[in-house]
Each structure stands twice: as C-alpha cells, then as structure tokens.
Write a protein that binds this ligand. Sequence first.
Ligand SMILES: Cc1ncc(COP(=O)(O)O)c(C=O)c1O
Length: 317
Amino acid sequence: MPAYAYFKKNLVPFSQANLSVMTHAFHYGTAVFEGIRGNWNKEEHQVYLFRVQEHYQRLLNNAKLLRFNVPYTAEELTRITIELAQKEDLKEDQYVRPIIYTASEALWVRLHQVEVEVAIFIIPWGPYLDPDKGARCCISSWRRPDDTQVPPGAKITGFYVNSALARTDAFHKGFDESIIETRDGFISEGSGENVFILRRNQLITPPVYDSILMGITRDCVIQIARNEMGLETVERHFRRGELLTADECFLTGTAAHLTSVVEVDNYRIGDGSVGKVTRQLQKLYFDAIYGRSPKYKHWCTPVRSGLGAEVKVNKGR
Ligand SMILES: Cc1ncc(COP(=O)(O)O)c(C=O)c1O
C-alpha cells in the first residue's frame, strides 16, 4: 500500500483516501486516468519520472473531452507528483496513477452538474510483461469500440471494460496478452499497449483512426527508431495476416515498456524468439527511460534532490 495519496486537494495518509459507495464515477465509469513511470536509476540514486508533463497534458485533454472542469495545469500536477514521490521515497521502479473522477454522491448518468476531483498515488511496480522472454498473444474475440461509440484513446475508466475482457480472454486461453482488432478487422492494439510489426526493415503501427490510444511510449519508439537506427515507422492499417507473417512484432506501453511478441495464436513470429531489431530498440528505450541517454534526458524529470540533482519540471517536448 502507498503511504500517501493526493486526495481532495491535499496530500494525506493513504488510509484517509477513501470514497463513498455512492461516488458517481464508481457507478458509471466516468473518470479519466493516466499511468506514469518513475524509473529508479541505481547508479545516480535517482527516480526519473518519464515524460510526466506529457502524461498530464494528455490527462487534461481527456478530462476536457468528458467536459470536466479541472482547476490544475499539467505543471501543477507534475509538482504535486514530485512532492508525493519525495514523500513515498521509493528506491525502486514505480508507477504513478492519477485519476480525475466524478466525485458527487449522485446517481444520475450525466457529465454535467457533477463535482470532479483529482486523486494521485504511487506504487512500486516492476515489469508488467516479461521484456526478456517476450509475450505469447492471442487475437481477442472482443473488438475495439470506435470513436463514434466512446473515444478509445481517452483513457476513460469505463472504456477499460473492453481491455479487461480482452486480457482475461487471453488468460483463460493460456496466453499472456490479447491483441484486439477494430470492428473492420484491422489490428488495433493490446489491452494496454500499442502494437508494432517489422516487415522488410520497415516498422508499421496502426494509425490513430484504428481505435488506438496514441501512446507516449509509441511516440518514443518512433523517434528512437528514426534517430538512432534510421528506421522509419509507417502508420497504416494492417490485418491479422500481416501480423502473423511479420519478421518481428512488439508491444509498447508505460506499463509493458517495449516487449517482444514471440507468438500469436500459436503462430511463431519470425523464429519465435525476441527479434534483433526489437532487442536493439529495447536497449535504446531502457537507456532513455532510466536517464542514461543524454540525448533523451529531457524526457526524464528527477524526483530526488541531493547528489547534485536539481529537481525541476522538464517539459519533455
Ligand atoms: C489501451 C492502451 N493502449 C496503449 C497504451 C500505451 O500508452 P502509453 O505508451 O502512453 O502508456 C496504453 C497505456 O496507457 C493503453 O491503456
């Protein structure tokens, strides 16, 4: 359990961060959330929050979509998170969970005339999938709803029922993760990750209109592949056939990092082991998120003062 939480505009002991059973968001899934990594750099004795302001900017944009009136800027939320992380003082990889939710004790389905609150807490969290071994995936029998139903990229809690169904589908079939298709049968994304395939030395990933969340990790990988390996990413539709016959495939996400997909529905991807390009990208990506890469240091916001580190909010860009 965390020791502290940001709750109802204050940093409080975690045991005081409790909600009523009548809380509006609990009934209707009317909340938006984020997942932000704090990565522990052992050598520097430092925690680096990764692209924290961009996560908060995305959260505020998503809150706007739900017509939430949120009296915070991304910079203010970043400062609160730094303070919370300093108080928790975890010396390991960690995960920040901010959530903006309809807090009124009222039972009408609506987004107007409801109070909105922000809560943030931090937990220790290692890898979500195994980046060394790679993941065995299935194609989910559940399809991804599209933007005409609920905006799929808005990290709305209610929408995650689709991800939960898909992930549990994978579990019951003996796989690590599900890859979900759009209603038209294009590959969309994993239950909590974006998908890339490599075909003939070109990276391909589904575009925004294939019901994906525009991942921050996805963006990092596109930039790193281009800058460090001269590898361009094409954002275009692709179907299951191209996925099953790809040279390599991997998932990206704040929780999952960059994890190879070695098998889909019992088809081996490539030779069924972690691909060469995936390995190279993994190394570059891990160097970036742990603050070991000077070129990408602007993505990392230090939490701990001392040891010469100035704690300031990096805009990320
Ligand atoms: C459905 C879904 N797709 C993709 C991602 C990856 O996004 P990011 O790299 O910003 O964590 C996430 C994780 O937040 C997700 O929940």
